[in-house]
Design a protein around this ligand. Structure first.
Ligand code: F6P
Length: 555
Protein backbone atom coordinates (compact mmCIF):
# COMPACT_ATOMS: atom_id res chain seq x y z
CA UNK A 1 0.00 0.00 0.00
CA UNK A 2 1.45 3.36 -1.04
CA UNK A 3 1.63 6.05 1.59
CA UNK A 4 0.91 9.74 0.98
CA UNK A 5 4.56 10.67 0.64
CA UNK A 6 5.20 8.03 -2.02
CA UNK A 7 2.05 9.01 -3.90
CA UNK A 8 3.16 12.63 -3.94
CA UNK A 9 6.52 11.75 -5.47
CA UNK A 10 4.93 9.96 -8.45
CA UNK A 11 4.70 11.60 -11.91
CA UNK A 12 1.35 13.25 -12.52
CA UNK A 13 -0.31 10.55 -14.57
CA UNK A 14 0.91 7.75 -12.30
CA UNK A 15 -0.73 9.20 -9.23
CA UNK A 16 -3.69 7.29 -7.86
CA UNK A 17 -5.60 10.56 -7.62
CA UNK A 18 -5.11 11.11 -11.37
CA UNK A 19 -6.69 7.72 -12.07
CA UNK A 20 -9.47 8.52 -9.65
CA UNK A 21 -10.16 11.72 -11.57
CA UNK A 22 -10.22 9.78 -14.84
CA UNK A 23 -12.91 7.61 -13.32
CA UNK A 24 -14.84 10.65 -12.14
CA UNK A 25 -14.70 11.93 -15.69
CA UNK A 26 -16.13 8.65 -17.04
CA UNK A 27 -18.81 8.78 -14.38
CA UNK A 28 -19.76 12.39 -15.17
CA UNK A 29 -19.30 12.27 -18.94
CA UNK A 30 -22.91 11.36 -19.58
CA UNK A 31 -24.36 13.58 -16.87
CA UNK A 32 -25.94 16.88 -17.77
CA UNK A 33 -25.03 19.80 -15.54
CA UNK A 34 -28.72 20.63 -15.25
CA UNK A 35 -29.35 17.19 -13.74
CA UNK A 36 -26.73 17.92 -11.10
CA UNK A 37 -28.85 20.94 -10.17
CA UNK A 38 -32.00 18.82 -10.17
CA UNK A 39 -30.37 16.35 -7.79
CA UNK A 40 -28.97 18.99 -5.48
CA UNK A 41 -31.09 22.07 -4.79
CA UNK A 42 -28.21 23.55 -2.79
CA UNK A 43 -25.78 23.30 -5.69
CA UNK A 44 -25.49 27.04 -6.23
CA UNK A 45 -24.64 27.61 -2.55
CA UNK A 46 -22.17 24.77 -2.52
CA UNK A 47 -20.45 25.73 -5.76
CA UNK A 48 -20.22 29.47 -5.39
CA UNK A 49 -18.01 31.63 -3.26
CA UNK A 50 -18.14 35.21 -2.12
CA UNK A 51 -14.93 37.00 -1.37
CA UNK A 52 -14.81 40.75 -0.80
CA UNK A 53 -16.80 42.27 -3.64
CA UNK A 54 -16.49 39.17 -5.83
CA UNK A 55 -19.03 36.43 -6.30
CA UNK A 56 -17.73 33.42 -8.21
CA UNK A 57 -20.40 31.00 -9.36
CA UNK A 58 -18.82 27.79 -10.57
CA UNK A 59 -21.90 25.64 -10.25
CA UNK A 60 -22.43 25.48 -14.03
CA UNK A 61 -19.50 23.10 -14.38
CA UNK A 62 -19.35 19.38 -15.11
CA UNK A 63 -18.37 18.49 -11.58
CA UNK A 64 -19.96 17.14 -8.47
CA UNK A 65 -18.72 17.17 -4.90
CA UNK A 66 -16.68 13.96 -5.28
CA UNK A 67 -14.89 15.15 -8.41
CA UNK A 68 -14.28 18.57 -6.90
CA UNK A 69 -12.80 17.04 -3.74
CA UNK A 70 -10.53 14.91 -5.89
CA UNK A 71 -9.34 17.97 -7.82
CA UNK A 72 -8.39 19.59 -4.53
CA UNK A 73 -6.66 16.38 -3.49
CA UNK A 74 -4.69 16.52 -6.75
CA UNK A 75 -3.54 20.06 -5.92
CA UNK A 76 -2.29 18.84 -2.56
CA UNK A 77 -0.68 15.79 -4.08
CA UNK A 78 1.26 18.08 -6.47
CA UNK A 79 2.77 19.91 -3.48
CA UNK A 80 0.85 23.11 -4.11
CA UNK A 81 1.17 24.26 -0.47
CA UNK A 82 4.95 23.84 -0.63
CA UNK A 83 5.18 25.76 -3.93
CA UNK A 84 3.09 28.57 -2.49
CA UNK A 85 5.44 28.71 0.48
CA UNK A 86 8.41 28.83 -1.87
CA UNK A 87 6.91 31.73 -3.80
CA UNK A 88 6.18 33.61 -0.58
CA UNK A 89 9.64 32.94 0.77
CA UNK A 90 11.30 34.37 -2.34
CA UNK A 91 12.91 31.10 -3.51
CA UNK A 92 14.24 30.81 -7.06
CA UNK A 93 11.17 29.05 -8.41
CA UNK A 94 11.98 30.40 -11.89
CA UNK A 95 14.84 27.90 -12.01
CA UNK A 96 15.83 28.29 -15.69
CA UNK A 97 16.47 31.99 -15.17
CA UNK A 98 17.72 31.49 -11.61
CA UNK A 99 15.26 34.04 -10.26
CA UNK A 100 12.65 34.26 -7.60
CA UNK A 101 9.10 35.20 -8.58
CA UNK A 102 8.22 37.98 -6.27
CA UNK A 103 5.58 40.22 -7.83
CA UNK A 104 3.51 39.60 -4.70
CA UNK A 105 6.02 41.77 -2.83
CA UNK A 106 5.25 44.71 -5.12
CA UNK A 107 1.79 45.02 -3.66
CA UNK A 108 2.60 44.29 -0.03
CA UNK A 109 2.15 47.08 2.55
CA UNK A 110 5.18 49.05 3.73
CA UNK A 111 5.28 47.36 7.13
CA UNK A 112 5.59 43.81 5.81
CA UNK A 113 8.88 41.98 5.58
CA UNK A 114 9.42 39.99 2.40
CA UNK A 115 12.82 38.58 1.71
CA UNK A 116 14.45 37.20 -1.37
CA UNK A 117 18.15 36.45 -1.68
CA UNK A 118 18.51 37.33 1.98
CA UNK A 119 17.20 40.89 1.56
CA UNK A 120 13.94 42.48 2.65
CA UNK A 121 12.79 44.12 -0.58
CA UNK A 122 9.81 46.03 0.82
CA UNK A 123 11.71 49.25 1.68
CA UNK A 124 13.16 49.59 -1.85
CA UNK A 125 9.77 48.84 -3.42
CA UNK A 126 8.16 51.62 -1.40
CA UNK A 127 11.04 53.96 -2.13
CA UNK A 128 10.37 53.44 -5.84
CA UNK A 129 6.64 53.95 -5.30
CA UNK A 130 7.41 57.23 -3.56
CA UNK A 131 9.65 58.27 -6.45
CA UNK A 132 6.79 57.50 -8.84
CA UNK A 133 4.43 59.53 -6.67
CA UNK A 134 6.71 62.57 -6.70
CA UNK A 135 7.09 62.38 -10.46
CA UNK A 136 3.36 61.91 -11.08
CA UNK A 137 2.53 64.88 -8.85
CA UNK A 138 5.11 67.05 -10.63
CA UNK A 139 3.66 66.19 -14.03
CA UNK A 140 0.08 66.73 -12.89
CA UNK A 141 0.79 70.02 -11.16
CA UNK A 142 2.86 71.38 -14.03
CA UNK A 143 5.97 71.58 -11.91
CA UNK A 144 7.59 69.20 -14.41
CA UNK A 145 7.77 71.07 -17.68
CA UNK A 146 9.11 70.42 -21.14
CA UNK A 147 12.24 72.05 -22.54
CA UNK A 148 10.41 75.27 -23.46
CA UNK A 149 8.70 75.53 -20.10
CA UNK A 150 5.34 74.16 -21.26
CA UNK A 151 3.24 71.70 -19.23
CA UNK A 152 3.28 68.05 -20.30
CA UNK A 153 -0.14 67.12 -21.66
CA UNK A 154 0.59 64.00 -23.72
CA UNK A 155 2.33 60.85 -22.62
CA UNK A 156 3.41 57.98 -24.84
CA UNK A 157 4.28 54.65 -23.23
CA UNK A 158 6.64 52.72 -25.48
CA UNK A 159 6.86 49.06 -24.49
CA UNK A 160 5.63 45.63 -25.53
CA UNK A 161 4.27 42.46 -23.91
CA UNK A 162 4.11 42.95 -20.16
CA UNK A 163 5.54 46.45 -20.52
CA UNK A 164 2.48 47.39 -22.54
CA UNK A 165 -0.46 45.06 -22.02
CA UNK A 166 -0.79 45.47 -18.24
CA UNK A 167 -0.74 49.30 -18.23
CA UNK A 168 -2.83 49.47 -21.41
CA UNK A 169 -5.51 47.13 -20.05
CA UNK A 170 -5.51 48.90 -16.69
CA UNK A 171 -5.93 52.41 -18.03
CA UNK A 172 -8.65 51.28 -20.45
CA UNK A 173 -10.48 49.41 -17.68
CA UNK A 174 -10.32 52.32 -15.26
CA UNK A 175 -11.51 54.97 -17.69
CA UNK A 176 -13.82 56.56 -15.06
CA UNK A 177 -10.76 57.43 -12.96
CA UNK A 178 -8.83 59.26 -15.66
CA UNK A 179 -7.20 62.56 -14.93
CA UNK A 180 -8.47 64.39 -17.94
CA UNK A 181 -5.63 66.79 -18.66
CA UNK A 182 -3.28 63.92 -19.47
CA UNK A 183 -3.68 62.19 -22.82
CA UNK A 184 -2.01 58.80 -22.68
CA UNK A 185 -1.04 56.66 -25.69
CA UNK A 186 0.52 53.24 -26.02
CA UNK A 187 2.93 52.28 -28.74
CA UNK A 188 4.03 48.67 -28.84
CA UNK A 189 4.03 47.38 -32.39
CA UNK A 190 7.14 47.44 -34.53
CA UNK A 191 4.91 48.48 -37.40
CA UNK A 192 5.88 52.12 -37.98
CA UNK A 193 2.25 52.95 -38.64
CA UNK A 194 1.38 52.81 -34.94
CA UNK A 195 4.10 55.25 -33.90
CA UNK A 196 3.61 57.51 -36.94
CA UNK A 197 -0.13 57.79 -36.30
CA UNK A 198 0.38 58.39 -32.60
CA UNK A 199 2.87 61.18 -33.23
CA UNK A 200 0.61 62.84 -35.77
CA UNK A 201 -0.39 66.24 -34.44
CA UNK A 202 1.74 65.91 -31.29
CA UNK A 203 4.07 68.63 -30.14
CA UNK A 204 7.50 67.60 -28.82
CA UNK A 205 7.36 70.53 -26.39
CA UNK A 206 4.42 69.04 -24.47
CA UNK A 207 5.01 65.30 -24.97
CA UNK A 208 6.60 62.89 -22.51
CA UNK A 209 7.89 59.45 -23.52
CA UNK A 210 8.04 56.55 -21.10
CA UNK A 211 10.37 53.86 -22.40
CA UNK A 212 9.19 50.76 -20.55
CA UNK A 213 11.44 47.77 -20.91
CA UNK A 214 12.64 45.52 -18.14
CA UNK A 215 15.58 44.31 -20.22
CA UNK A 216 16.04 47.48 -22.27
CA UNK A 217 17.01 45.08 -25.02
CA UNK A 218 13.67 44.39 -26.69
CA UNK A 219 14.01 45.18 -30.38
CA UNK A 220 10.56 46.72 -30.79
CA UNK A 221 10.82 49.03 -27.81
CA UNK A 222 14.36 50.22 -28.37
CA UNK A 223 13.81 50.83 -32.08
CA UNK A 224 10.55 52.72 -31.48
CA UNK A 225 12.17 54.73 -28.70
CA UNK A 226 15.04 55.72 -30.99
CA UNK A 227 12.56 56.79 -33.69
CA UNK A 228 10.72 58.83 -31.04
CA UNK A 229 14.01 60.41 -29.97
CA UNK A 230 14.75 61.32 -33.58
CA UNK A 231 11.29 62.88 -33.93
CA UNK A 232 11.82 64.82 -30.71
CA UNK A 233 15.29 66.09 -31.64
CA UNK A 234 14.15 67.23 -35.04
CA UNK A 235 12.44 70.09 -33.24
CA UNK A 236 14.24 70.25 -29.89
CA UNK A 237 17.66 69.92 -31.54
CA UNK A 238 19.69 69.72 -28.35
CA UNK A 239 20.36 66.36 -26.61
CA UNK A 240 20.25 68.25 -23.32
CA UNK A 241 16.47 68.59 -23.75
CA UNK A 242 15.95 64.82 -23.74
CA UNK A 243 15.92 64.70 -19.96
CA UNK A 244 12.74 66.77 -19.86
CA UNK A 245 10.87 64.40 -22.17
CA UNK A 246 12.18 60.86 -21.78
CA UNK A 247 11.94 58.67 -18.72
CA UNK A 248 12.62 54.94 -18.57
CA UNK A 249 11.57 51.97 -16.51
CA UNK A 250 14.09 49.17 -16.51
CA UNK A 251 16.13 46.76 -14.46
CA UNK A 252 18.99 47.47 -16.88
CA UNK A 253 20.05 50.95 -15.76
CA UNK A 254 23.26 50.75 -17.76
CA UNK A 255 21.51 50.25 -21.09
CA UNK A 256 18.88 52.89 -20.34
CA UNK A 257 21.63 55.38 -19.55
CA UNK A 258 23.51 54.40 -22.70
CA UNK A 259 20.35 55.18 -24.66
CA UNK A 260 20.48 58.70 -23.30
CA UNK A 261 18.01 58.62 -20.43
CA UNK A 262 19.13 60.80 -17.51
CA UNK A 263 19.95 58.53 -14.53
CA UNK A 264 17.49 60.42 -12.30
CA UNK A 265 14.76 59.67 -14.88
CA UNK A 266 15.18 55.91 -14.61
CA UNK A 267 12.63 54.06 -12.51
CA UNK A 268 13.96 50.79 -11.24
CA UNK A 269 12.51 47.35 -11.41
CA UNK A 270 13.97 44.09 -10.28
CA UNK A 271 15.02 40.84 -11.87
CA UNK A 272 12.45 38.98 -9.85
CA UNK A 273 9.56 40.80 -11.56
CA UNK A 274 8.52 38.87 -14.66
CA UNK A 275 7.45 41.00 -17.63
CA UNK A 276 3.87 39.74 -17.60
CA UNK A 277 3.68 40.25 -13.83
CA UNK A 278 5.08 43.77 -13.88
CA UNK A 279 2.23 46.26 -13.95
CA UNK A 280 2.48 46.44 -10.15
CA UNK A 281 6.02 47.79 -10.41
CA UNK A 282 7.19 51.10 -11.85
CA UNK A 283 5.99 49.68 -15.20
CA UNK A 284 2.71 51.04 -13.81
CA UNK A 285 4.00 54.61 -14.15
CA UNK A 286 1.71 55.32 -17.12
CA UNK A 287 -1.21 54.01 -15.05
CA UNK A 288 -0.38 56.37 -12.19
CA UNK A 289 -0.08 59.28 -14.61
CA UNK A 290 -3.47 58.48 -16.07
CA UNK A 291 -5.47 57.75 -12.90
CA UNK A 292 -3.35 59.26 -10.12
CA UNK A 293 -1.08 57.64 -7.58
CA UNK A 294 -3.82 57.11 -4.99
CA UNK A 295 -5.77 54.99 -7.42
CA UNK A 296 -2.62 53.12 -8.42
CA UNK A 297 -2.05 52.30 -4.75
CA UNK A 298 -5.65 51.09 -4.58
CA UNK A 299 -4.90 48.64 -7.40
CA UNK A 300 -1.97 47.34 -5.37
CA UNK A 301 -4.15 47.05 -2.27
CA UNK A 302 -6.76 45.05 -4.18
CA UNK A 303 -4.11 42.71 -5.55
CA UNK A 304 -2.67 42.29 -2.06
CA UNK A 305 -6.11 41.36 -0.72
CA UNK A 306 -6.30 38.62 -3.37
CA UNK A 307 -2.78 37.47 -2.40
CA UNK A 308 -3.90 37.12 1.20
CA UNK A 309 -6.97 35.19 0.13
CA UNK A 310 -4.86 32.91 -2.07
CA UNK A 311 -2.22 32.20 0.57
CA UNK A 312 -4.62 31.87 3.48
CA UNK A 313 -7.93 30.38 2.33
CA UNK A 314 -8.26 26.62 2.38
CA UNK A 315 -8.24 25.15 -1.11
CA UNK A 316 -11.94 24.30 -1.09
CA UNK A 317 -12.72 28.01 -0.69
CA UNK A 318 -9.85 29.52 -2.60
CA UNK A 319 -10.89 31.31 -5.80
CA UNK A 320 -7.62 31.04 -7.78
CA UNK A 321 -7.20 27.39 -6.76
CA UNK A 322 -10.78 26.55 -7.73
CA UNK A 323 -10.45 28.23 -11.14
CA UNK A 324 -7.11 26.57 -11.75
CA UNK A 325 -8.32 23.09 -10.87
CA UNK A 326 -11.42 23.43 -13.02
CA UNK A 327 -9.09 24.41 -15.86
CA UNK A 328 -6.99 21.28 -15.24
CA UNK A 329 -10.18 19.21 -15.13
CA UNK A 330 -11.21 20.33 -18.60
CA UNK A 331 -7.74 20.41 -20.14
CA UNK A 332 -6.52 17.03 -18.97
CA UNK A 333 -9.63 14.96 -18.40
CA UNK A 334 -12.11 16.32 -20.95
CA UNK A 335 -9.36 17.25 -23.44
CA UNK A 336 -10.77 20.71 -24.13
CA UNK A 337 -8.11 22.77 -25.87
CA UNK A 338 -9.29 26.30 -25.35
CA UNK A 339 -10.72 28.56 -22.71
CA UNK A 340 -12.71 31.72 -23.47
CA UNK A 341 -12.70 34.92 -21.45
CA UNK A 342 -15.93 36.83 -21.95
CA UNK A 343 -16.14 40.11 -20.04
CA UNK A 344 -19.60 41.67 -20.17
CA UNK A 345 -18.05 45.05 -19.58
CA UNK A 346 -16.66 47.04 -22.45
CA UNK A 347 -14.10 48.66 -20.13
CA UNK A 348 -12.49 45.22 -19.90
CA UNK A 349 -12.18 44.83 -23.66
CA UNK A 350 -8.43 44.21 -23.44
CA UNK A 351 -8.70 41.56 -20.74
CA UNK A 352 -8.65 38.61 -23.20
CA UNK A 353 -5.43 39.90 -24.83
CA UNK A 354 -3.83 40.53 -21.46
CA UNK A 355 -4.75 37.04 -20.25
CA UNK A 356 -3.41 35.54 -23.45
CA UNK A 357 0.05 36.72 -22.51
CA UNK A 358 -0.35 35.93 -18.83
CA UNK A 359 -1.60 32.41 -19.41
CA UNK A 360 -0.07 31.34 -22.72
CA UNK A 361 3.40 32.79 -22.17
CA UNK A 362 3.38 31.22 -18.71
CA UNK A 363 1.95 27.77 -19.36
CA UNK A 364 2.29 27.23 -23.11
CA UNK A 365 5.13 24.77 -22.55
CA UNK A 366 5.84 21.08 -22.86
CA UNK A 367 9.01 20.64 -20.81
CA UNK A 368 8.65 19.80 -17.17
CA UNK A 369 10.81 21.31 -14.46
CA UNK A 370 13.27 18.44 -14.81
CA UNK A 371 13.63 19.00 -18.56
CA UNK A 372 11.63 15.91 -19.57
CA UNK A 373 8.65 16.18 -21.90
CA UNK A 374 5.28 16.37 -20.20
CA UNK A 375 3.16 13.69 -21.79
CA UNK A 376 -0.04 15.49 -20.94
CA UNK A 377 -1.67 18.71 -22.08
CA UNK A 378 -0.61 21.94 -20.40
CA UNK A 379 -1.89 25.52 -20.83
CA UNK A 380 -4.96 25.98 -23.03
CA UNK A 381 -5.47 28.49 -25.83
CA UNK A 382 -6.95 31.61 -24.27
CA UNK A 383 -9.22 33.74 -26.36
CA UNK A 384 -12.28 35.91 -26.02
CA UNK A 385 -14.10 39.14 -26.58
CA UNK A 386 -16.52 41.35 -24.75
CA UNK A 387 -20.19 40.47 -24.53
CA UNK A 388 -22.53 41.28 -26.06
CA UNK A 389 -20.30 41.78 -29.14
CA UNK A 390 -19.15 38.16 -29.07
CA UNK A 391 -22.75 36.97 -29.20
CA UNK A 392 -22.93 38.29 -32.76
CA UNK A 393 -19.63 36.78 -33.77
CA UNK A 394 -18.47 33.44 -32.34
CA UNK A 395 -21.21 32.46 -29.90
CA UNK A 396 -22.76 30.40 -32.71
CA UNK A 397 -19.66 28.22 -32.34
CA UNK A 398 -19.94 28.06 -28.55
CA UNK A 399 -23.55 26.89 -28.79
CA UNK A 400 -23.62 24.51 -31.72
CA UNK A 401 -20.15 23.42 -32.81
CA UNK A 402 -18.80 20.04 -31.80
CA UNK A 403 -15.96 21.68 -29.87
CA UNK A 404 -16.69 22.46 -26.25
CA UNK A 405 -15.18 25.67 -24.86
CA UNK A 406 -15.27 26.32 -21.11
CA UNK A 407 -15.81 30.01 -20.51
CA UNK A 408 -15.37 32.65 -17.84
CA UNK A 409 -18.15 35.22 -17.87
CA UNK A 410 -17.11 38.38 -16.02
CA UNK A 411 -19.33 41.33 -15.18
CA UNK A 412 -19.40 44.28 -12.86
CA UNK A 413 -22.87 44.80 -11.45
CA UNK A 414 -22.82 48.55 -10.90
CA UNK A 415 -21.72 50.45 -13.94
CA UNK A 416 -19.92 53.78 -13.88
CA UNK A 417 -22.05 54.79 -16.83
CA UNK A 418 -25.72 54.26 -15.95
CA UNK A 419 -27.70 54.87 -19.09
CA UNK A 420 -31.38 53.90 -19.29
CA UNK A 421 -31.62 50.10 -18.84
CA UNK A 422 -28.37 49.25 -20.58
CA UNK A 423 -26.86 47.58 -17.55
CA UNK A 424 -29.75 45.24 -16.76
CA UNK A 425 -30.07 44.37 -20.44
CA UNK A 426 -26.38 43.56 -20.60
CA UNK A 427 -26.57 41.46 -17.45
CA UNK A 428 -29.66 39.58 -18.74
CA UNK A 429 -27.70 38.73 -21.84
CA UNK A 430 -24.82 37.33 -19.83
CA UNK A 431 -27.10 35.18 -17.71
CA UNK A 432 -29.07 34.09 -20.76
CA UNK A 433 -25.87 32.90 -22.42
CA UNK A 434 -24.61 30.95 -19.43
CA UNK A 435 -28.04 29.36 -19.00
CA UNK A 436 -28.35 28.54 -22.70
CA UNK A 437 -24.86 27.05 -22.80
CA UNK A 438 -25.71 24.80 -19.88
CA UNK A 439 -29.32 23.85 -20.65
CA UNK A 440 -29.33 23.73 -24.41
CA UNK A 441 -32.63 22.85 -26.10
CA UNK A 442 -33.79 19.47 -27.38
CA UNK A 443 -35.99 18.63 -30.36
CA UNK A 444 -39.12 18.07 -28.28
CA UNK A 445 -38.82 21.52 -26.79
CA UNK A 446 -38.49 23.06 -30.24
CA UNK A 447 -41.45 21.10 -31.61
CA UNK A 448 -43.62 21.90 -28.60
CA UNK A 449 -43.33 25.57 -29.46
CA UNK A 450 -44.43 25.18 -33.06
CA UNK A 451 -47.98 26.11 -33.91
CA UNK A 452 -49.72 23.97 -36.58
CA UNK A 453 -51.78 27.07 -37.44
CA UNK A 454 -48.71 28.95 -38.52
CA UNK A 455 -48.51 29.40 -42.31
CA UNK A 456 -44.83 28.49 -42.02
CA UNK A 457 -45.48 25.29 -40.03
CA UNK A 458 -44.05 22.81 -42.57
CA UNK A 459 -40.83 24.74 -42.99
CA UNK A 460 -40.49 25.19 -39.22
CA UNK A 461 -40.84 21.43 -38.73
CA UNK A 462 -38.21 20.87 -41.37
CA UNK A 463 -35.68 23.12 -39.72
CA UNK A 464 -36.52 22.14 -36.13
CA UNK A 465 -33.26 20.26 -35.67
CA UNK A 466 -31.26 23.37 -36.54
CA UNK A 467 -32.88 25.07 -33.59
CA UNK A 468 -31.67 22.52 -31.08
CA UNK A 469 -28.70 23.14 -28.81
CA UNK A 470 -26.67 20.35 -27.20
CA UNK A 471 -26.06 22.37 -24.02
CA UNK A 472 -23.95 21.01 -21.16
CA UNK A 473 -21.23 23.58 -21.88
CA UNK A 474 -19.44 24.63 -18.71
CA UNK A 475 -18.96 28.18 -17.49
CA UNK A 476 -17.81 30.18 -14.50
CA UNK A 477 -19.46 33.49 -13.75
CA UNK A 478 -17.57 36.12 -11.82
CA UNK A 479 -19.64 39.06 -10.64
CA UNK A 480 -17.84 42.10 -9.28
CA UNK A 481 -19.84 44.70 -7.32
CA UNK A 482 -18.17 47.52 -9.22
CA UNK A 483 -15.04 47.89 -11.33
CA UNK A 484 -12.98 50.01 -8.94
CA UNK A 485 -9.17 50.18 -8.96
CA UNK A 486 -9.17 47.94 -5.87
CA UNK A 487 -11.39 45.27 -7.44
CA UNK A 488 -9.50 45.49 -10.69
CA UNK A 489 -6.25 44.73 -8.83
CA UNK A 490 -7.90 41.72 -7.21
CA UNK A 491 -9.15 40.49 -10.57
CA UNK A 492 -5.70 40.42 -12.18
CA UNK A 493 -4.05 38.90 -9.11
CA UNK A 494 -6.74 36.21 -9.15
CA UNK A 495 -5.77 35.18 -12.68
CA UNK A 496 -2.04 35.38 -11.90
CA UNK A 497 -2.46 32.88 -9.08
CA UNK A 498 -4.70 30.66 -11.18
CA UNK A 499 -1.93 30.42 -13.79
CA UNK A 500 0.68 29.72 -11.11
CA UNK A 501 -1.39 26.89 -9.61
CA UNK A 502 -1.84 25.27 -13.00
CA UNK A 503 1.91 25.48 -13.65
CA UNK A 504 2.47 23.65 -10.35
CA UNK A 505 0.04 20.88 -11.29
CA UNK A 506 1.66 20.46 -14.71
CA UNK A 507 5.11 20.65 -13.11
CA UNK A 508 6.30 23.37 -15.49
CA UNK A 509 8.07 26.65 -14.86
CA UNK A 510 5.38 29.28 -15.50
CA UNK A 511 7.84 32.13 -15.23
CA UNK A 512 10.28 31.78 -18.12
CA UNK A 513 9.54 32.25 -21.85
CA UNK A 514 12.23 30.56 -23.91
CA UNK A 515 9.74 30.08 -26.72
CA UNK A 516 10.05 33.71 -27.79
CA UNK A 517 13.80 33.52 -28.37
CA UNK A 518 14.22 31.66 -31.67
CA UNK A 519 12.05 34.09 -33.64
CA UNK A 520 13.99 37.03 -32.17
CA UNK A 521 17.34 35.51 -33.21
CA UNK A 522 16.19 34.67 -36.73
CA UNK A 523 14.60 38.10 -37.20
CA UNK A 524 17.78 39.99 -36.46
CA UNK A 525 19.76 37.84 -38.93
CA UNK A 526 17.06 38.20 -41.59
CA UNK A 527 16.95 41.96 -41.11
CA UNK A 528 20.69 42.15 -41.82
CA UNK A 529 20.26 39.95 -44.90
CA UNK A 530 17.38 42.07 -46.18
CA UNK A 531 19.27 45.33 -45.75
CA UNK A 532 22.28 44.00 -47.62
CA UNK A 533 20.41 41.77 -50.05
CA UNK A 534 22.58 38.84 -48.93
CA UNK A 535 22.17 35.15 -48.06
CA UNK A 536 18.76 34.92 -49.71
CA UNK A 537 19.51 31.33 -50.80
CA UNK A 538 20.62 30.15 -47.36
CA UNK A 539 17.09 29.34 -46.26
CA UNK A 540 14.40 26.82 -47.03
CA UNK A 541 12.69 27.39 -50.42
CA UNK A 542 9.63 29.03 -48.90
CA UNK A 543 11.67 31.55 -46.87
CA UNK A 544 13.92 32.27 -49.86
CA UNK A 545 10.86 32.82 -52.07
CA UNK A 546 9.29 35.24 -49.59
CA UNK A 547 12.52 37.19 -49.11
CA UNK A 548 13.04 37.54 -52.84
CA UNK A 549 9.46 38.66 -53.37
CA UNK A 550 9.87 41.31 -50.67
CA UNK A 551 13.08 42.56 -52.29
CA UNK A 552 11.39 42.70 -55.69
CA UNK A 553 8.27 44.56 -54.57
CA UNK A 554 9.54 46.88 -51.84
CA UNK A 555 10.11 50.50 -52.95
O1 F6P B 1 7.73 38.42 -25.25
C1 F6P B 1 8.85 38.22 -24.46
C2 F6P B 1 8.99 39.27 -23.40
O2 F6P B 1 10.17 39.02 -22.73
C3 F6P B 1 7.81 39.34 -22.42
O3 F6P B 1 7.86 38.35 -21.45
C4 F6P B 1 7.96 40.72 -21.91
O4 F6P B 1 6.81 41.14 -21.25
C5 F6P B 1 8.24 41.47 -23.20
O5 F6P B 1 9.06 40.58 -23.93
C6 F6P B 1 8.92 42.79 -23.04
O6 F6P B 1 10.15 42.69 -22.39
P1 F6P B 1 10.92 43.96 -21.87
O7 F6P B 1 10.10 44.62 -20.81
O8 F6P B 1 12.22 43.45 -21.34
O9 F6P B 1 11.12 44.89 -23.03
Amino acid sequence: MMNNKMERALPLQKKAIWKKLQNHKIRLEKTDIIDLFNKNPKRFDEFSIQQGEFLLDYSKNRIDKKAFDSLIELAESCHLPAWMDKMKAGHNINHTERRSVFHIALRAPADEVMETEGRNVIPEIHEELDKMETFVKQVHSGEWVGYTGKKIIKVINIGIGGSDLGPYLTTQSLRPYWIEDIELHFVSNLDGAQLALTLEGMDPETTLFIVASKSFATLETIYEASTAREWFLEKAEDNEHIKHHFVAISSNVEKATEFGIAPENIFRMWDWVGGRYSLWSSIGLSIALQIGMDNFRQILAGAHAMDKHFFEADFHHNIPVILAMLGVWYRNFFNYDTHAILPYDSLLHLLPSYLQQLDMESNGKQLKRNGATARYATGPIIWGETGSNGQHAFFQFLHQSETVVPVDFIASINTHYPLRDHQSLLFSNLIAQSEALMKGRNLDEVLENLSPDSPDYDHQQLIARYRTFPGNSPSNTLLIDKLTPYNFGSLLAMYEHKVFVQGVIWNINSFDQWGVELGKELASQLQRDLLHGEHMEDHDPSTTGLLKHYMKVSD
